[in-house]
Write a protein that binds this ligand. Structure first.
Ligand SMILES: [Cu+2]
Length: 497
């Protein structure tokens, strides 16, 4: 991208600071929020249609070989009653959910059906061809090479490939997600609708198997002339959609029986929006993080979910029957209206959860890390571009070489005034310490036995994590999961040797 001048750069920084202010005062409603055009989905406070889970991907199973098809294409969706031309996998909005098991081999017949030089493609403002795409399985512990989770592949319109993901080393009990990862177009393709759930289900014997389960993929969007808005240079730094949705619905109504426990698997698939979710008058029980089930539920009244993060929670309808709002406290935006209805029941929250991975993480937390390799990475803006260790991806890319079969301690230092959710592919990490930002978030993730592939690095703060570099060799990446930041260069190569 063309470099911006110093005045524009400072303007970006100022925006970052103002956003922090808006969010910390629960804003979007006040004069700052209005001035910034930010905040919540205005006018969406009326409860909408019945809640719908995303459709399931059509899978063909033959033993442990599972096959499906995914094709990004130009297609229409209805958002808030308005027809919008989007980029959608198989024309479906929201995208189909893939549910597979540990030990499966998943084959995805992928074809880029995006049109070249159409209203939703063409060249974006930072100079990349929007019709070029690829596929990433965020959170999956699979090979980053060949025809697996290889984000260095590029698909022009009409190109196809059968991806193959060997899930023999991927445990159950996590929700990953799939989306494009073609550098320079990731953020805008995501914004235009290309993101879907990719679950690895746990064993049938799990304590969590029998709860009514819902997937909540939270996105935001702004529409102009029947299209998701085209990004300006500024949008790469910061973009809040004016409509916030769960599974493509604005404030849908979800029924829960009095006394029932439901399991909600939530993904923040907004490009930039930080969600602080809470269910009015109810306690939530965190049972899983990005990459695994915990060993026991953790009670939370609210939880910060930054872009790319997932939470697996249980909620129990144990209050006076009525209607309660599941909302984003940062912007006072209702996400789902939860309505008690039906027969009284009395489900219980489990006291323990069977999770080999949580047990392993507990052991890792006891590890003496002083003799491990220590790596420091800084997150920066350099002349309006994103950078890691002041190196811009694609120009003078920062490369970290890590031997597989080892453990490393990474400290990610945020040298900017904005939050950055840091994401590394292939292996989740044990968060040892978070310096700065929301104290509850820092306390939670630096103590629970959950692996994180995405973790917020607070403004001028840092995160220290223990990274198991388990097995797969090959080049992959780590980057900021504000995908606009990644597109302007806040990404590095992780060379696993
Ligand atoms: Cu960032």
């Amino acid at each position: 991208m063309r470099e911006v001048n110093r005045r524009q750069f400072l303007a970006y920084m100022g925006i970052g600071a103002a956003v922090g202010l808006v969010q910390s005062c629960g804003g979007g409603q006040g004069p700052i929020g209005m001035m910034m055009g930010g905040g919540g989905g205005g006018g969406t406070t009326t409860p909408g249609d019945p809640f719908q889970d995303p459709p399931l991907a059509q899978l063909t199973r033959n033993g442990n070989i599972v096959e499906t098809s995914l094709s990004p294409m130009r297609a229409q969706a209805t958002i808030n009653g308005q027809s919008v031309t989007m980029m959608l996998y198989n024309g479906s909005y929201p995208a189909p959910t893939i549910r597979v098991r540990s030990g499966d081999i998943l084959r995805v017949n992928f074809t880029n059906d995006l049109p070249a030089n159409a209203d939703i493609t063409g060249t974006n403002v930072i100079g990349y061809d929007m019709s070029v795409t690829n596929l990433h399985t965020h959170g999956w512990h699979v090979s980053p090479s060949g025809n697996a989770d290889n984000i260095f592949l590029h698909f022009n319109p009409g190109d196809s490939l059968t991806f193959e993901y060997d899930l023999s080393k991927q445990w159950g009990g996590m929700m990953g997600f799939y989306h494009p990862h073609n550098h320079g177009t990731v953020g805008e393709q995501f914004w235009r609708g290309l993101a879907g759930g990719a679950l690895i289900v746990e064993d049938d014997t799990s304590e969590l198997q029998n709860y009514e389960e819902h997937i909540m993929i939270i996105t935001d969007i702004s529409v102009s002339n029947g299209l998701p808005t085209e990004w300006t240079r500024m949008d790469y730094m910061r973009i809040l959609g004016d409509t916030v949705m769960v599974n493509g619905q604005v404030n849908p109504v979800l029924n829960i029986q009095p006394g029932q426990v439901q399991r909600w698997r939530i993904l923040n698939a907004c490009v930039y929006r930080y969600l602080r979710v809470s269910l009015q008058n109810h306690t939530m029980y965190l049972v899983g993080t990005d990459d695994n089930l915990l060993d026991s539920p953790v009670q939370v009244n609210e939880i910060l979910i930054t872009p790319g993060e997932r939470v697996d929670i249980l909620v129990k309808a144990d209050q006076t029957p009525g209607t309660y709002t599941f909302e984003d406290l940062n912007s006072n935006t209702p996400l789902v209206t939860v309505e008690y209805s039906g027969a009284q029941t009395n489900d219980s929250i489990p006291t323990t959860i069977t999770s080999d991975i949580a047990n392993w993480v507990a052991q890792l937390r006891q590890m003496d890390t002083s003799n491990l390799r220590q790596v420091t990475m800084t997150l920066n803006f350099v002349r309006g571009q994103g950078a890691i260790n002041r190196q811009v991806f694609g120009q003078n890319t920062y490369i970290l070489e890590s031997p597989v079969g080892t453990y490393e301690v990474w400290t990610i230092v945020n040298q900017t005034g904005m939050d950055h959710p840091f994401h590394q592919h292939v292996d989740g990490a044990v968060i040892l310490n978070i310096n700065g930002g929301d104290p509850a978030y820092a306390q939670l993730y630096s103590t629970i036995n959950g692996l994180k592939d995405t973790i917020n690095v607070p403004p001028m703060g840092s995160v220290t994590m223990l990274v198991p570099v388990l097995d797969y060799t090959g080049d992959t990446v780590f980057h900021c999961h504000i995908l606009g930041h990644e597109d302007i260069g806040m990404m590095g190569i992780w060379r696993r040797v």
